[in-house]
Design a protein around this ligand. Structure first.
Ligand code: F0G
Length: 449
């Protein structure tokens, strides 16, 4: 096949600008201030799906074991031929092939809880990744870009999972990770990972949005930023969708459900779907469901027009920036801060908001919100199927239940949800299960010896 090699470039996401840049630049934004996409000069042929499948027998190649690099043609911005092992193995970053090896699963008890037949609602537990969250998909490709450019230090702001993943992945690459985390607002297990993997940790007095501002400021001065504004990171996150579709024999589900944080996933998933659609691999579009935590529902509010009665839309790149700024200023004035038990998605100002809007526009997506208690119940129900996920991930379970009840999702629709991360704060679970008032509490029985 002549499709193994492809050239990549960066391009401004706003159609009326469309300015292009070389992939050798360290930049996350266009001169006009908007974000960038990685673009490929040629389309890809669907026959590649046979190759992806064949690589499931890895034949000793860790880049076939990896559920990111198994799809390497579709995320290969390096310019190396995807079959030229000697060359690509020098730059592709992988945790020994361990990332991205999950796929959608049926979970009988969760299906019953949300009110759907078990075969119609599938859950992809990205917590099974080496660092315990979906981030490993994107850190492997993002770091590949940094490595190509000979970067020696990368930085990120984080609600905990990005920093854990980054710290883990740089550990064997001779690169330092500077991580900026909101003080006392991340799960202890995530902080422990950053310590354990020997990252340089900076605790920011403020919340995630404040920490990200610090990092983006450094980025404008030339630092290499590994947050999801990094378009190379989002390339790796596309593979979550490839694994969903591969599992379904490339038949598109009706709905894809995921939590909304900084909208990196919303952006990456949308890019995956848009590209596959443009290349003719899929004929149907799934509808996206982006789920906000109620205590952090800025996107939900804007998208559904609950601020100024004006729904925020992609509008072919003419996003109403004034509306966003005015809303944020209004919240600031009120002294409102995002607050939810799902700290991973406690994000008031999603930095990928425009890309996220583009994805929802293409997929006729919707935005919903769920309560903390609903997420906590969701964690417990997922647990009863032998899987664990954190509160942010369980937002999907709560959202599906709500949408099935409201008959937005029909019982015979096909739904896939991404359970984005493993639980890294066991205290919250012990507390939940110890309190008999919680719906799925499983308190211990006391015995006298
Ligand atoms: N779920 C989990 C478990 C997360 O850690 C995050 C984001 C999200 C969902 C939201 O994804 O940002 O792509 O919309 N965590 C980031 C972090 C912000 O720093 O670990 P998104």
């Amino acid at each position: 096949m002549d499709l193994m090699k492809n050239e990549a470039y960066l391009q401004c996401i706003i159609p009326s600008c469309g300015k292009k840049y070389d992939t050798s630049e360290i930049r996350t934004t266009c001169d006009c201030g908007n974000l960038l996409d990685v673009k490929y000069r040629r389309a890809f042929n669907k026959r590649l799906t046979y190759i992806f499948f064949a690589r499931k027998n890895p034949l000793g190649n860790i880049f076939n074991e990896s559920g990111v690099w198994r799809f390497r043609e579709l995320v290969n911005f390096t310019g190396y031929d995807s079959e030229d092992y000697d060359n690509y193995s020098r730059v592709f970053v992988s945790f020994d092939g361990a990332e991205g090896r999950t796929r959608p699963y049926e979970m009988t008890k969760v299906a019953e809880y949300v009110g759907m037949p078990r075969e119609n609602v599938l859950f992809q537990p990205e917590g099974l990744n080496p660092s315990g969250s979906f981030k490993d998909n994107g850190i492997s490709t993002g770091l590949t870009h940094a490595k190509m450019l000979g970067v020696k230090e990368v930085i990120c702001a984080s609600t905990g999972n990005t920093s854990a993943s980054l710290a883990m992945y740089v550990a064997n690459e001779g690169i330092r990770a500077g991580i900026y985390i909101p003080k006392e607002e991340i799960a202890p297990g995530k902080l422990a990972q950053a310590f354990q993997f020997n990252a340089d940790i900076y605790q920011v007095n403020g919340n995630f949005d404040d920490a990200l501002e610090v990092v983006l400021r450094k980025g404008r001065k030339g630092a290499y930023v590994m947050n999801s504004v990094n378009p190379f990171r989002l390339e790796g996150q596309k593979t979550m969708i490839y694994r969903v579709l591969e599992h379904l024999d490339w038949e598109v589900p009706d709905w894809i459900v995921f939590p909304r944080g900084n909208m990196g996933n919303c952006s990456a998933f949308g890019k995956a779907i848009i590209e596959l659609y443009e290349w003719g691999w899929i004929k149907k579009k799934p509808r996206f469901v982006a789920v906000d935590a109620k205590g952090s529902n800025t996107f939900f509010t804007l998208y559904n027009g609950f601020y100024r009665n004006e729904p925020l839309r992609w509008n072919n790149g003419n996003v109403n920036e004034e509306l966003i700024e005015e809303y944020y200023a209004y919240l600031e004035e009120k002294g409102w801060k995002p607050k939810t038990c799902a700290t991973a998605i406690q994000i008031g100002r999603p930095v990928n908001i425009k890309k996220g809007l583009r994805s929802l526009d293409f997929t006729e997506g919707i935005s919903v919100e769920v309560e903390d208690s609903e997420m906590e119940d969701g964690v417990a129900v997922v647990g009863s199927n032998g899987f664990d996920c954190e509160q942010a991930s369980a937002a999907c379970v709560a959202a599906i239940k709500k949408l099935v009840k409201g008959e937005v999702i029909k019982r015979d629709d096909k739904v896939v949800a991404i359970l984005t991360g493993r639980l890294k704060d066991p205290d919250t679970i012990v507390r939940y299960h110890s309190n008999r008032e919680n719906r799925f509490a499983n308190p211990p029985r006391t015995l006298n010896p």
